[in-house]
Design a protein around this ligand. Sequence first.
Ligand code: FCB
Length: 454
Amino acid sequence: MTGVDTRFPAGFSWGAATSAFQIEGAWDEDGKGPSTWDTRGHRDGGISGGATGDVACDHYHRLDTDLELMRELGLTSYRFSVSWPRVRPDGRGRWNSAGLDFYDRLVDGLLNRGIEPMLTLYHWDHPQALEDTGGWANRDMAGFFAEYAEGVAERLGDRVTRWVTLNEPLSVIHSELALRASSSLSAGERRRRALRMAHHLLLAHGLAVPRLRAADRGGEIGISLNLSGMTPASDTVEDRAAAARAEAYEDRLFLDPLLLMHYPEVDGAPVVDCDPADHALIVAPIDFLGINWYAPSRIADGGAGVFGYTRTDFPGVGRNMLGWPVAPSAFGRLFSWLRESYPALPPIHITENGMPGLDEPDVTGSVKDLRRIAYLRACLRQILRAIDAGMDIRGYHVWSLLDNLEWEHGYRPRFGLVHVDFATLARTPKTSYHWYRRFIAEQRGLRGGVPCSG
Ligand code: FCB
């Protein structure tokens, strides 16, 4: 028994997700240019434990092994990202055909195994050369991104099932705010800069959508947002106002302009002062909304952040190794909030959901990540409930297929269904992999006419 009622709709996509910087390695091979994250990893103290993405999971050289792991798992969708500097080393000049060839092989390898490619164009690792011209603080980035998107679609658009323009633009600005926390800029200046970056990210998305449609042959287009769902820490006026601010500066910051053609308001004014022409670009219709969900947020007034609120613990709720509350039932509350707040919500794909751990093989060599299974199961139950309540949710991707480089946290937090020994690069499917394989088989066996082999 896999522990979740087998009632997901026929045709529901069963996936796992990764991103280029976190797994590929080969950071300077075959003509790839450096990304901002390569630069950060090579800087002293840039990533925890002195980690770099130079080798990561060595996925670039182990593509066939990893494709086989996906096939055996029974995935019907795989979400990966293209490394912008691998295919266009300085971001806007020459294209690198060796880099494009790699993604060609990946996409064909997926299709040959009956797995739909979900391609993310931007999962944070933009070319260092573009960072040197101001990165997302520079409005020109939006145009560079749209050109890059079009070029990738010209090459792969005949085979990609789903496009994700941006992954978690909110995390991009949070990461920037964290890096600049001790800069000489005032809190107000840092806040305004972050919001300007958010606007440029949205513009990049808005400019890319029509170009993807023109170059692609029928793939669906969406964007992945990390949403959490905000709960005030208390009933005080201050905490409730802080939670409303958090909702505006996080959950609504991208959703409102994408779906409602306006920015959310704080203190009676939109958080970004935006030209109507920009709004018209950003609201370009999308085919699906990607949601990445890990944990809810409990918000109190005050704190050191530039938005005047802070996160606090949920009483009685445990935390995972990254300090995130383990509260899967809050996933359901997010769905209800979405339905109430956005009546014309596009179809949804869960593009990331998962749990970090310190998973290591035991004496028998197996990796028994039972807490991860419990968490994924509980999240899947919430998704099923939301579907039963009428929400159009069409797919689910576990973060992540492989243990990988967890950004600034380095290699310690392990999110994979497959354990990676970073010394030998050996892959060992964890107990969660075997559980998910049976689960997918059950779902497809019952509903899709595929024999249940689990
Ligand atoms: C998300 C990122 C993804 C991964 C997970 C744990 O914010 O999109 O790359 O790091 O968190």
